[in-house]
Design a protein around this ligand. Sequence first.
Ligand code: OXD
Ligand code: MN
Length: 592
Amino acid sequence: MLVAKDRPTTNTHLVAWVDEMAKMCKPDQVYWVDGSDAEAKALTAEAVATGVLTPLNPQKRPGSFYSRSDPNDVARTEELTFVCTPTKEEAGPTNNWMEPAETYAKLAAIYDGAMRGRTMYVIPYVMGTPESPFAMIGVEITDSIYVVLNMRIMARIGKLALDRLGESNSFNRGLHSVADCDPQRRYICHFPQDDTIWSVGSGYGGNALLGKKCLALRIASYLANDEGWLAEHMMLAEAESPEGETHFIAGAFPSACGKTNLAMLIPPDALAGWKIRTIGDDIAWMRVGDDGRLYAVNPEFGFFGVAPGTNYHTNPNAMRMLERDAFFTNVALTEDNDVWWEGIDGEVPERLTDWRGRPWTKGSREYAAHPNSRFTVQMKNSPALSRFTEDPKGVPISAILFGGRRSTTVPLVLQSFNWPHGVYLGATAGSETTAAITGTIGVIRRDPMAMLAFCGYDMGTYFGHWLEMSKHIPDPPKIFIVNWFRKDAAGKFLWPGYGENMRVLEWIIGRATGGAGAIETPVGWAPRPGDLDLTGLDLAPERLTAALRVDPDEWASELGTHADWFAKLGGTVPAALELQRKLLLTSVEAAG
Ligand code: OXD
Ligand code: MN
């Protein structure tokens, strides 16, 4: 076991808080994580010795490890996630709410003695490039060695964070304990006013790696509303045109809808002059720059992605980055100790060990890998990382995409008429649910800006903030919606997706920079088939037309459901959005 050393800081605020948490949790020892490679090596050896991690076949996947979670702890638990603002109204109708003092007391009872027999790790970390004025500092206390090793992948941790913090009291206080991993005693609680997160009872990434969803989205979005910027659930990519021009796009999609694939896209041969390079796959912080454009940074240091469905066709760059130095959680194992998941390349093996550790044989009706099994890998592993990834001032965004999984109604792509209309399209975006969260799969839920689960305050107020932002962005990005998932009557996808999405991105960039043609539909600007570069695309013209189609009847009923959605969100939804809805309905009815 790594033995605690002296405290590496004289920061009295930090020391006092750590002492207080240790008094409550009663660990055997307190270990301050320094972030060094030597430490990571020792922690990894300890995790292997205690069975938390299993090394994978070093010939096939050097430097990589496997871990299996408690079967009751495999995804984010939104029903157990709370925003604890002083009033329920501030958290709004889409967040679970508990009163802060009562919540602290309730969780303190669970934390009391929860770390007995364990080490309490203190992980200072920075979200964002440390030199960036936008970087945020957090300190996560955890009793999970798995969390320490994964935080090391997802954030910049250790000494550099303490150096940047100095003697300041301005850091996010994150307390995490797996405790007894009991779903009845599992709570992920955010206290935006105190810049504090308390998470107990889960070791799952989104619940336990506190820098990610908890700090960089829920707490950050709350701060962003106060301070005039945006913290969003968005991928970020650089697109270099065949002429060598660089453009940047940001895209918000609900969990497990292809953000990672889009951020790592490889264009088809016919569009090979284009290059897509990754800046981030999950979170973007965006601020107005001196030149009046919107600049985005990715605050993360690694990728925490969904494994099933990833293969050398759907995401070759991801497969390459996972060839070494990666962690896998809840995937299946092959007989030669490599990883396997549904949708990976090659033949399905005759025999596997499934994600629960049970023998699995080909033809079994059960999943071998959990549908939300994950990989964690540092961004530097990516073969297509943008040189702008660590740029402290961020990159100027030309286009913002909102998307989701919709089998019907929503066309392949639409450009909004203007910023408020774009905000409307984002605010009403919906998606069929996936395995990234617990609950029913495949029903449409409204997921505004893909932030339903991540907005740290009232949703209507958040829409107001988005509308307000445009006043401060003289040269705003253009806003689009996309849907790669529309199906025909037989349930087959109309659009091939993946690399072919480059054709849509090219049109989007063309629109954002003024070059591409479009027609006006009642709900936005759309490409005609001839406005897209279709060279080398094997797709029947009627399928493309069906993918692009705006159907007035479908939209009339869609806009009707938006009224219900706004009603559910209550009185803080800006009046401008209901006006947008009525205008769109008038146009749709005139077209129908
Ligand atoms: C994620 C998620 O893990 O959105 O990124 O669930
Ligand atoms: Mn996400």
